[in-house]
Design a protein around this ligand. Structure first.
Ligand SMILES: [Zn+2]
Length: 328
């Protein structure tokens, strides 16, 4: 697969425009290959993981966490230096999808919402709203959405009775991509009609939703541990008798605990809760710190499973990581 096409598939799930300003998503270490046949995914680009990726002869490595958020020089012999040296020596590209992935609720960041079968799922802390616009175009023969370029972005589709005038609603940040795709196939776009507030998409951190039915707290904890494959979890606050509304922010989501609990969540799940955050949150409700590593490792594995189906012609592997923390 062409490098350009691979990056565009990655960025359709982790759009760079969703990343926070302080973050560094995208290519971390560049390479000159234009065609990719072997790719490896992992949560962290640490030295041991990169060595494992290179032993698998990876040409492209996709991780969640960046190698370095701040630009830096390889000016001392440390792990950063060795990683950059090994990647450059083997002409291997390293790409990070960090907050660009976290902020897309339609992607693998809401894997736990699906596992818990939550309903009425929405973004916990919206950061960006992307408006939908309608484009109309003419084609001499009737077409269906499957015939169109960029069909994954179509939010709504209508066709005139004779099937020659087509109208699609697409996110406004995909309009240029959509128009250029259609133009390549000589389908003239003749106007951009209007905005559709009901199709606006909200992006941001975390999710909230409701279990299909309220369950006793013990049942919920049992289910959560089973999904996460953990034996223990850390709790702050008073457990509710029953759990119905659940919110979650994977990674370092401790500072969203107050927000989540004041939005009526019976339980807030996160990956990193500091002492004072736990003290404050405990006054409002119940917070579970299940661990940064497991929430994001499983998110990346979910993405790996999705990409394995989608990326034709690429030998894709996943390197399992390990939490730096353990119970002794
Ligand atoms: Zn993280």
């Amino acid at each position: 697969m062409q490098l350009k096409e691979l990056i565009s598939k990655i960025e359709s799930v982790a759009p760079p425009e969703l990343a926070f300003d302080w973050d560094r998503c995208g290519i971390q270490v560049a390479g000159t290959r234009q065609e990719i046949n072997r790719m490896v995914m992992a949560l962290d680009p640490d030295e041991q993981t990169i060595k494992q990726c290179l032993s698998q002869k990876a040409q492209f490595i996709l991780t969640h966490h960046p190698l370095s958020i701040k630009p830096r020089l390889p000016d001392k012999i440390d792990s950063f230096y060795r990683i950059v040296k090994d990647l450059l020596k083997t002409n291997t590209i390293l790409y990070s999808a960090h907050t660009s992935l976290d902020c897309n609720p339609l992607g693998p960041s809401s894997w736990l919402a699906k596992e818990l079968r939550l309903n009425q799922v929405s973004v916990l802390k919206p950061t960006t709203t992307i408006k939908a616009v309608e484009l109309s175009f003419h084609h001499p023969l009737p077409v269906t959405p499957e015939d169109l370029p960029c069909r994954q972005f179509i939010l709504r589709w209508e066709q005139s009775p004779e099937g020659l005038i087509n109208s699609v609603a697409v996110p406004c940040n995909k309009v240029d991509l959509f128009i250029s795709g259609i133009k390549q196939q000589y389908w003239p776009v003749f106007f951009v009609k209007s905005y559709f507030p009901e199709l606006d998409q909200q992006f941001g951190l975390g999710f909230k939703g409701r279990l299909p039915q309220p369950v006793p707290f013990e049942t919920f904890i049992h289910l959560l541990k089973k999904i996460l494959g953990v034996e223990n979890t850390v709790l702050a606050g008073t457990p509710p008798k029953t759990v119905h509304s659940v919110s979650c922010c994977p990674g370092s989501g401790g500072d969203l605990a107050m927000d989540a609990l004041s939005q009526d969540s019976d339980i807030f799940i996160t990956g990193d809760l500091k002492y004072h955050q736990a003290q404050e949150a405990a006054r409002l409700g119940c917070v579970l710190d299940v661990g940064h590593f497991i929430l994001e490792e499983k998110m990346m594995f979910q993405w790996f499973t999705d990409l394995k189906e989608e990326l034709e012609g690429i030998d894709l592997k996943f390197i399992e990581g390990a939490s730096p923390l353990r119970v002794v």
